[in-house]
Design a protein around this ligand. Sequence first.
Ligand code: ACO
Length: 276
Amino acid sequence: MAEATVGGNAEAITAAELAEIGLRYEVDGEIATITLNRPERRNAQTFATWSALARIGDGLPARVRVVVVQGEGPSFSSGIDLRMFGSDGVPGQEPFPASFGASASLDDEALERSIRQAQRGFLWLRRPDIVSIAAVQGHAIGAGFQLALACDLRVLAEDAKLCMKEAALGLVPDLTGTKPLVDIVGLPRALELCLTARTVDAREAFELRLAELVVPREELSRAVRDLAAALLSTDREAARAVKRLLQGAPERSLEEQCAAERREQVARLKALFAGR
Ligand code: ACO
């Protein structure tokens, strides 16, 4: 069932506002679907997109366990709206800077603040209470690739093309994508991909573990639905605990990880057998 507003607080954002920004958001039971919906610009992203994504995260109903991020039209996302490079920028983004030129005139602290705000739109997709899935067809360039990397899992259509283009434009990837990229493909390959800005097709993406699944274009929605259903088939609280455990594993020693397993399992057993 579609919901007209996002969240029940002062931050609530209406479906009409989202439409203006080029987003759709629907919650159907335990699954939320966010659709980048500016296919005429190949779902190019702006500060307004990222701010809206953050507000969706803030207002996500507690019952939601799976968040699907997808793009309307031929491409998942062509990355940042290139009008940001022009002097006019992208209208209607207040209070964010309309263009990179305007951004650059901010003092360092204010500029960092605006980037942190943008990053908020991506970071919540890794929360332990949800599993996020990017459904990627066509191009995922720059901010588009980073949005796919911000999700826990990626399902790619056979025509998917991933490209970290930032360095070619004189920028760095700053929308939370560098860490998952290095975590997934390793430092040498991440360097090669970012510093050449070359395009990775779906087959190579699968080999590099950038995709959990590659399917024919016409089967993308169905494959994502099936994956979501499989994720929902396990116990909600156990799923959260497992995600916390797995997410923390790379930073912990074996001993610390074993201790974390014990802590999570004690909590699980107590909860499962409380009152029996
Ligand atoms: N920003 C603004 N408008 C865009 C963008 C973008 N990132 N990408 C595409 N568009 C617009 C085009 O200007 C075009 O508009 P028009 O119909 O008014 O001429 C329309 O979307 C369709 O674009 P096409 O290029 O005709 O679509 P096609 O499917 O052939 O190609 C592709 C898609 C490959 C994504 C191409 O549009 C492209 O290379 N876009 C730019 C990608 C880019 O450099 N992004 C920045 C990455 S860096 C970062 O995100 C920080």
